[in-house]
Design a protein. Structure first.
Length: 418
């Protein structure tokens, strides 16, 4: 196809020596560039409103009446060439003494005087006189001005410890280098009690643990031979037959109640309902008579609840200052440092202190909740080891022999070359 001046599509006589017997060959060997160009021009004309040659001048052009050289303040500010003349906020401005100002200062006008009745109605603020240095003297509180900014609240100070434990705990008198006999025996008694309690706990844990199940050979044979004999099956069949017979007997029963029996049951039921109603009324009247006793019971219950709440609050307060409350671990039971009677000496030079100052300081910081109590980290693997069999072991024996022969030949060749 070729495009004419009037956009009329005509068939072009092209001498092509190719076959166009089917649609595929026709699409392949036909030039449709002219058709696409024609369609594009048509779409452009539809978008722009027609051909430019057919439009009038007023549709194609318009007169710009704006002043090109108009320079307003906003335009100058927006221009990049004038950005250097603007004030830089990062640099402080240079100010100098310009002398006294010649402008006359305007006098501030006073507010008009309020009428007398308004002044009389206003409450008088009483000025209190107090001794500033006297004990227990409190200055009168001033009402804050709502227009002013509020007072700055001081941040709370950091608390190094929230327990009642002191930074340096005094040791037991029996732990001194030359203690009295009673103090030393008291210390040994406390250490012995702690050790006895620890041993009892260990024995209890072992005792409470489930003992290992011991299975004898006879028990094993009895369990494994269940169901092999036919005795159990016959017993089960007999039980089933007995149940079927009893069910048939009960289901085939045809005796019915007489009218007299049903009337007698109805009267008994009415009597039971009357007795129940009388009993309920009697209980209600009894409760009304014992109002004083009920009030006494309510007071006793309220007193018991108050006691429980007091105990709970005391526990809560004790828990707030409890040593070692932070961390997943528990505070270890402290073993008191002691010396046996043979190890005590009256000289400080011969004294051997069993305590470690670093451990003592660390334990004290844990007690004062300055360091959290952590569990002991036991060496462990994150993932279990994976055992993989080598490929040589998976091969058959013949291939193993072949691989061995190859390795031997390689070793011999290396030795010969050396």
């Amino acid at each position: 196809f070729t495009q004419t001046n009037d956009y009329e599509a005509v068939v072009s006589t092209q001498s092509t020596g190719v076959s166009k017997k089917n649609k595929k060959a026709w699409r392949k060997h036909t030039d449709i560039a002219d058709v696409e160009k024609f369609l594009e021009d048509k779409l452009r004309e539809e978008r722009t409103g027609g051909k430019p040659s057919e439009k009038k001048d007023k549709d194609l052009f318009y007169i710009d009446k704006t002043d090109i050289f108009e320079t307003t303040k906003t335009k100058l500010e927006n221009m990049k060439c004038h950005s250097e003349l603007q004030i830089d906020t990062r640099v402080a401005p240079i100010t100098g003494y310009s002398g006294p100002s010649k402008k006359k200062k305007k006098k501030k006008k006073c507010a008009p005087a309020a009428p007398m009745d308004i002044i009389i109605d206003q409450p008088k603020t009483e000025s209190k006189i107090y001794d500033l240095w006297a004990q227990g003297s409190v200055a009168p509180k001033k009402t804050p001005d709502p227009c002013l900014r509020g007072a700055v609240v001081k941040a709370p100070e950091y608390k190094s410890s929230d327990t009642n434990v002191t930074a340096i705990e005094l040791p037991h008198p029996g732990a001194s280098y030359n203690p009295t006999f009673s103090d030393h025996q008291d210390l040994l008694k406390k250490a012995n009690e702690i050790e006895v309690k620890r041993e009892k706990d260990n024995l209890k844990a072992k005792r409470d643990a489930a003992p290992p199940i011991k299975i004898t050979e006879a028990d094993y044979l009895r369990e494994m031979s269940i169901g092999l004999n036919g005795d159990d099956a016959s017993e089960a069949e007999e039980e089933v037959t007995e149940n079927e017979v009893t069910c048939q007997i009960t289901c085939d029963r045809k005796d019915r109640k007489t009218r007299a029996q049903r009337n007698r049951e109805k009267l008994e039921k009415l009597k039971a309902e009357e007795l129940a109603e009388g009993k309920a009324a009697k209980q209600l009247s009894h409760q009304l008579r014992r109002i004083k006793a009920i009030k006494k019971e309510i007071r006793a219950e309220s007193a018991a609840v108050e006691e429980v709440t007091k105990v709970r609050q005391a526990k809560k307060k004790a828990n707030e200052v409890r040593p070692g409350k932070y961390g997943p671990g528990k505070l270890p039971v402290e073993q008191p440092d002691f010396l046996l009677p043979e190890e005590i000496s009256s000289s400080l030079r011969k004294l051997v202190s069993p305590a470690n100052p670093i451990q003592d300081r660390f334990a004290n910081m844990q007690k004062r909740n300055m360091v959290e109590i952590r569990k002991q980290v036991v060496p462990h693997r994150k993932y279990a080891l994976k055992y993989v069999e080598k490929w040589r072991r998976k091969l058959p024996e013949e291939l193993k022999e072949l691989t061995k022969m190859k390795t031997k030949k390689k070793k011999k060749a290396i030795k010969m070359s050396e």
